[in-house]
Design a protein around this ligand. Sequence first.
Ligand SMILES: [Zn+2]
Length: 220
Amino acid sequence: MYQSRVGLVLTLCAALALWACTRQPTFVAKHEPWRADEERACLASGAVRETAFVTTRSSLGGPSACGAIHPFTVSATARGGVTLEPPALLRCPMIPAVDYWMERVVIPAARHHLRANIVAIKVAGSYSCRPMNHVIGARLSEHGHANALDVAGFVLEGGYVIRVKTGWRGPMPEQNFLRAVHSGSCNVFTTVLGPEYDAAHHDHFHLDLARHRAEGRICK
Ligand SMILES: [Zn+2]
């Protein structure tokens, strides 16, 4: 009996080792209870209500570590005044953060530095079940939790687009506007990565609400 049990355990171990060797993990997902707690608290608070531009999405798909309890599709922010192109898939806590950021950071910065109004955001990414920076075996990105937004640019009234890619080192007003948005974003989001961070972020701002143990906030 004991022998057969040992045999079973050994067989299981061998099977697991084989599985681990043959199946390269695409990402590492840590168990982080704060995520669900934070999302449930946000949902219960009523901070996010369904509107013409914030709608419930039944599911996000992808492996179980990815997704959100109650994801939303967001097609506009600032009470509908600024559209998201294309609409973003976000979890509850990101939605009031994006609203606040638009109204307190982006719109004032555009008025101050560009004498212009913002009518849309160019969204470069939101929900995506993938490892950080697309590196196989890295930690699951905040994008995998619908807890991140990548912004490539801002559309002004009249149609002119300020792009992170060309404006970061472009004409002075665009540089000043984008730098004001970048630094102001750090007061709203817990992770802000821009062109100074690395080559992968040369053309967009990455904004998320991850919890960081040591640093508190990452603003680069
Ligand atoms: Zn990103």
